[in-house]
Design a protein around this ligand. Sequence first.
Ligand code: ADP
Ligand code: MG
Length: 714
Amino acid sequence: MYNNSGEIQQKRSSYFAKNVFNRDNMLQFLSQDAFEKVEASIFAGKKIDRKIADQVAEGIKAWAISLGATHYTHWFQPLTGATAEKHDAFFDLMSDGKPMERFDGAQLVQQEPDASSFPSGGIRNTFEARGYTAWDPTSPAFVYKSTLCIPTVFVAYTGEALDNKAPLLRALHAVDEAATSVAQYFDKNVRKVHATLGWEQEYFLIDKELAQSRPDILMTGRTLIGRAPAKGQQLDDHYFGVIPSRVLEFMSELEQHCTLLGIPVKTRHNEVAPNQFEVAPVFEEANLAVDHNLLLMDIMDEVADKHGFKVLFHEKPFAGVNGSGKHNNWSLATDTGTNLLSPGKTPMKNLQFLTFFVNTIKAVDTYEELMRSSIASASNDHRLGGQEAPPAIMSVFIGQQLSDVLDELEGVSKGKLSPQEKTELKLNVVGKIPEILLDNTDRNRTSPFAFTGNKFEIRGVGSKMNCAKPMTILNTIVAKQLIDFKKEVDALINKKNLKKDEAVFNVLREYIKNSKRIRFDGDGYSFDWQEEARRRKLSNNKNTPDALQVLTSKESIDLFSSTKVMSEVELKAHQEVELDNYVFNIQIEGRILSELVYNYILPSAIKYQNMLLKNVQGMKEVYGAAHKNFTEPQLNILEQIAQHIAEMKKTTDAMLDAKHRADNMATVAKKAKTYCDTIKPFFDKIRTNTDELEKLVAHEYWPITKYRELLFIK
Ligand code: ADP
Ligand code: MG
């Protein structure tokens, strides 16, 4: 099974999901009764009773121990953005002192981690309630290294979500209910609809030792200073190029771990920037896909370390070099095996496609600002609108051919359709969609939300982000939209006596008309689009504090409470945590930047100045008055350095002063706004001086690893 270097040599399909407590393993380790109860609970999202939980725990324990597990943990996603776990050993002593391996239903179902320091946005203070983790049976348990990991939600005793997973599960439930009842217009056999997610994870790799020499990379995940290298990505010679062998070894090992853990990774390639790569799996049910992405990021850190690399998930690790994103490909699939965003062979199937297609566009139009908020973070602010990723303005790309189809549908007459009209529509408009899509190859990389043949792709998600956030919002708004759609169609059928397809056409026509402003196929990076978007009254929230405001608007509170995804209390708490995270990030960057200036750049520049001064003095001693013929260049460099030192110190001190004032502000909203508008702009000014100094100071005096050393793995 393993070769000399410890690599698994078998076909990946032969050991796929070997470390996952999936159906196959459940069948082997659970009684028929327990197995069926778990399956039913997964299907209906129902609770598992205590007796069954005990049986399941027994089975999971036996299975995990057979794989060498000694510990178990509830694996959860606190609002910090990372994953968290607290390991307990199976090992225990019985009352008579006899040792045993113990794991029962209570331990499987619920745990109370001492997690008082995870962010809660005031929920736990307000309610004086502790948080607990609760088993999520829809994401199977897995064994990683010697630990059994049980995916869980993290909630307060009063029921509020303290994590990203609980709202996601509620959103997925909402979209399941709403989409199932709409899908039943077209196929009575549909019992369940699940959202699918296929993420594409971009990342940078740099040498571990070099990363360790840079406090900014270690503490903030990005370079706060550094001149662009002479050779950057201009040549495009990295994109889809040969993967360096050291990197390939890292990727192979990563893929083996992923395969054992059931993460179906499929694609790997170089990305646009030097040292930038991408990994993407086959798409999965959205909750599982979210867990798999988080797990992947954890494993990547470890495997990279073993191979002498550091992975950078930050959205913009290097100025002047393309940053990283995480496209979220999304669709809806029925339990009858139909992709609801994929046109089919019959007119009815295509009407179903159009229904979900148009409703999605309408949902994004109504809630465009919420979609923007779902991808807001301090680090993603660097990327959105930076001519390398979609702008902060939401729009939907559907391509020329589908635009033509929607234009035709707009012409559908009101109320009842004549038989000719119906035939015409079905044959010539709806019927033609599959052919159209086959050669619909136009792709628009600048669109934040693009239809790509059988799914939509959210392109603004940051590489570091938890996909749960955009997935929660997208599925919630689509759920709400489908609920409204169903009401309208039913009303036309029941009150106006229209046939089902007539009613559907009628409602879709109105949606197409009313959601036109969100459709945009042009260049999303252009300045013209900003102007045009303003005319269309689309929001353009360029930074996180602005983007997060909408979370607690009346419309958002109504949306989330009517779909039972988040209460007003939760929305406020989550918004507060996001703002806190924003402030922390920039606070840390400010501190590290001032340390770099005072402890690294300033001393080195002065040392080099001294060297030059000594040289000038020496010249004077040897050549007397004639030294002026030789020392002009040195003096000129000395002056330039002196100017940059003075400017750098002045702006750093001003930044620290402003930071001090911001830290004393009363509310997090005010703090975030000040950090954004007042403190962040200092960073660029400081950087101008440090980067000029990097140009002037002798290489041997420069204390920080340079871009050209970081960016080209050999
Ligand atoms: P590309 O966009 O690079 O041309 P694909 O169209 O094959 O490649 O898909 C890109 C991503 O979309 C993959 O990560 C894949 O898992 C995902 N994907 C494909 N179909 C779906 C779907 N129905 N739902 C969600 N994601 C999907
Ligand atoms: Mg893509």
